[in-house]
Every structure is written in C-alpha cells, then in structure tokens.
Design a protein around this ligand. Structure first.
Ligand code: NAP
Length: 250
C-alpha cells in the first residue's frame, strides 16, 4: 500500500489528483481549509481521508503531519498544491495583497516542506513535489504577486533538489499551463490550450509515479513555447510578450 499527502485537495488540480491516486489504489491524506469539501471527496472514494489545514499556520502543519504519520506509518509522496490568485488585485502594486500571495503560495508550501524534511531525510527515500506555474518562468504583465511567488518556488525547488537529493529524496516541480479550475474561472482573458483538471491529474500522476524528471510540465503545446521564451534575450522577450498580450487585450 502506498501513501500520499496532498495539500490544496479541496478543489481544482489537487482534488482531481487526490481522486486519481485514490482510484489507482493509493491511500490519500487530503488537506485544505474547507473541511466540507474534503469530506465530500472522501465520500467519493474511501481511500481519501481529510486532514483539514491552513498551510499558513506553521504549528498546525506540524500537528497535521504527525497525525498523517500516525495513521499511515509511511508516506511516499508529498504533493504541495496550495495556491491563490486574484487577477483583479494583480494589476497594481498592492503590498498587502502581495504579502498574502507570498504567505500562501511560497511560505505555505515552505511550511509543509519544513515539516516533512526530517522525516524524509531520516528515511533516506521519498518524494516532495511542489506545484508552481509557467507564470514563474519570467515576468508577465498584470502579475505583480503571483508570478513572483511562483518564481521564488521555482528557485527553491531547484535548490532543494540538490539538498534532498543527497538523502535520496526526490524533489520535483510541477508547472501547469492553463487548467480549468475555480482559480482560472476568475480570468477574463482567453486562455490558450486550456485543459481540464483531470487532464492535469493524469499528467501529474504519470510524472510522479512513472517518470523521474525534475519538472512535470503540461500541456506541451504551451510549455514548449514558454520554455523557448524563457531563454530568449530580454529585448526579444519583452517585444514578443508585448505583441502577444496586445492580441489577448491584456
Ligand atoms: N489552474 C491553473 O491554470 C494553474 C496553472 C498553473 C499553476 N496552478 C497552480 O496549481 C495549484 C492549484 O491551483 P488550482 O487551479 O487547482 O486552484 P484552486 O482550485 O483554487 O485550488 C487551490 C487549492 O489551494 C487551497 N488553499 C488555498 N489557500 C490555502 C491555505 N491557506 N491553506 C490550505 N489550503 C489552501 C484551496 O483550498 P481551501 O480554499 O479549501 O483552503 C484549494 O484546495 C496552485 O498552486 C496554482 O497556483 C494552477
């Protein structure tokens, strides 16, 4: 029997992934703040157990991971998918908003990584997967807090790849393109190559269980273009993004 801890499991990508792993026979510890939604997915599949948690609460992260260890004895994968994005507040420099985004997206993820660090390093095996975004590759218009929080996660994941690697613990980075979830339902612009959360869950499951690469990115139609943009010189990058976003009326 294999066990996974998923945060952000009440909705969107995390929820779809919890159901995917549970349907594949894994035991899933599902965390997020909305307990009613966690209970709902655990009703759908008995392999899922709710562990309500606000990831910005460091002490609670510790407490919940202790409960998860007590229940399952062994944890194979930790998948940290919590995130927040409010497009309306990203257009200006709103310091309080940016602090909140960093608190959830970056420090919330870091709180979870910290509480599993000792466990995995002592076990000398395991896997920590961090959900970032293609929005973290380079600066984009109207993304003052979200992009910065994801860029910070990208750098953190690379750094942890080395540190945990010395203890035989795999660190992976998940970079989704546009996935239809409550988060992106708020977007008023056209989202190219938009996919379902079930599509995302299949790609992630495959990358986590059958793959061994550091980055799990999808859909390739979008991520290949963005990876190319990522390595362009600044002048060309800024020119192309201005053109593309004008077409998108951003
Ligand atoms: N959808 C996309 O196109 C897309 C693209 C790139 C990256 N991503 C990333 O993918 C991840 C999942 O996003 P999604 O699209 O699935 O969005 P979503 O449906 O809004 O899910 C976000 C999840 O994070 C949880 N969460 C938020 N704040 C939390 C907190 N303080 N403590 C615990 N849980 C918290 C939410 O649960 P509660 O509200 O119940 O706490 C929810 O389960 C995010 O990191 C997002 O940045 C998404």
């Amino acid at each position: 029997m294999k066990n996974i801890w998923i945060t952000g499991a009440s909705s969107g990508i995390g929820r779809a992934l919890a159901l995917k792993f549970a349907n594949e026979g894994w035991q899933v510890a599902a965390s997020a703040r909305r307990e009613d939604l966690l209970n709902e997915i655990s009703e759908l599949n008995k392999n899922i157990s709710p562990f309500p948690l606000d990831v910005t609460n460091k002490e609670k992260c510790k407490e919940i991971f202790e409960q998860i260890k007590n229940k399952y004895q062994s944890i194979d994968i930790c998948f940290f998918s919590t995130g927040t994005w409010d497009p309306k507040k990203e257009k200006d420099i709103d310091i309080d908003q940016m602090k909140n985004v960093m608190e959830v997206n970056f420090f919330g993820t870091l709180n979870c990584i910290k509480v599993v660090e000792k466990y995995f390093k002592e076990k000398n095996s395991g896997h920590i997967s961090i959900v970032s975004s293609v929005a973290g590759y380079r600066g984009l218009p109207n993304s003052t807090g979200y992009g910065a929080s994801k860029a910070a996660l990208n750098n953190l994941a690379e750094s942890l790849y080395f540190d945990f690697g010395r203890h035989n613990v795999r660190v992976s980075l998940v970079s989704p393109g546009f996935i239809k979830t409550p988060m992106t339902d708020k977007n008023e612009f056209r989202m190219p190559f938009l996919k379902t959360s079930e599509f995302a869950a299949d790609k992630i499951y495959n990358g986590l269980v059958n793959g061994s690469s550091f980055e799990i990115d999808f859909p390739k139609e979008l991520t290949l273009i963005l990876k190319l943009l990522k390595i362009l010189p600044n002048r060309l990058y800024f020119y192309l993004i201005k053109k593309l976003t004008k077409l998108q009326k951003l």
